[in-house]
Design a protein around this ligand. Structure first.
Ligand SMILES: C[S@@+](CC[C@H](N)C(=O)[O-])C[C@H]1O[C@@H](n2cnc3c(N)ncnc32)[C@H](O)[C@@H]1O
Length: 222
């Protein structure tokens, strides 16, 4: 049974966690063992041979966005995050990169994933790495993702894989104990949620280098 979480409380918990973590986030051991492999997985799904508009939701300090900017130099990359401190840190890095003559295509905003401050039908890809479990009203986020994607655009979401007993122990046990109010979905939940929001097909990949993560690839049908 799904536990009831008060949405504002859940957002406050996430904001406080990441405001507090922002100054040392880029040096976290998780960058190497969890976030980089997640970013690799998402990037393997992006067609780098043409100009694409990418929106990174829950961008954190934009480690991933800057990587995409250098790997896909002809793309436009837009980023948003709920935490002022994470965005503040990302903007400082952006200023330094622009001064040095790079990463000019990255644009960053403070926003809530439930209300994406972007025009409808404006992105080829939405990327979302290890952030979706922080959203209290995930069905609203899925609908917003569908709204801002172009017809045939794809949402690429990486989060914990909890389809088996090990995953449930990690995410419903350890991670919930560490992070407080979070909501990890299994692949069936993702399929249902994104199907209802207008995506088809909704596929998933797991077993990535043995890590307990999963990527959902959902195509916006319009
Ligand atoms: C574990 S970090 C991942 C950061 C980045 N995606 C990465 O892979 O390095 C999760 C991020 O989600 C953000 N977040 C949590 N709730 C959010 C919401 N409702 N809207 C937007 N961002 C949110 C947090 O502030 C945090 O920066």
């Amino acid at each position: 049974m799904r536990k009831i979480i008060e949405p504002l409380k859940m957002k406050d918990t996430a904001r406080a966690e990441f405001d507090g973590w922002a100054h040392k986030y880029d040096r976290s051991i998780l960058q190497r063992f969890l976030f980089k492999p997640s970013h690799d997985l998402i990037m393997s799904e992006i067609d780098s041979g043409r100009h694409v508009r990418i929106l990174d939701i829950g961008c954190g300090t934009c480690v991933f966005a800057f990587r995409m900017a250098s790997q896909f130099p002809y793309s436009s990359i837009f980023c948003m995050d709920l935490s002022c401190e994470m965005v503040g840190k990302a903007k400082k890095k952006l200023d330094l990169a622009v001064t040095a003559g790079g990463a000019g295509t990255v644009k960053i905003k403070i926003a809530d994933s439930e209300h994406l401050p972007y025009a409808s039908n404006s992105f080829d890809y939405i990327t979302c790495s290890n952030s979706f479990h922080h959203y209290p009203r995930q069905e609203r986020v899925a609908r917003e993702m569908h709204r801002v994607l172009k017809p045939g655009g794809r949402a690429l979401i990486v989060d914990g894989f909890k389809d088996n007993i090990v995953g449930r122990f990690i995410y419903d046990g350890i991670v919930e104990w560490l992070e407080g109010d979070v909501r990890h979905l299994n692949s069936g939940d993702f399929k249902e949620l994104f199907g209802k929001a207008g995506f088809s097909p909704v596929k998933h990949r797991n077993n990535f280098k043995g890590l307990p993560i999963m990527m959902v690839v959902a195509t916006a049908k319009k």
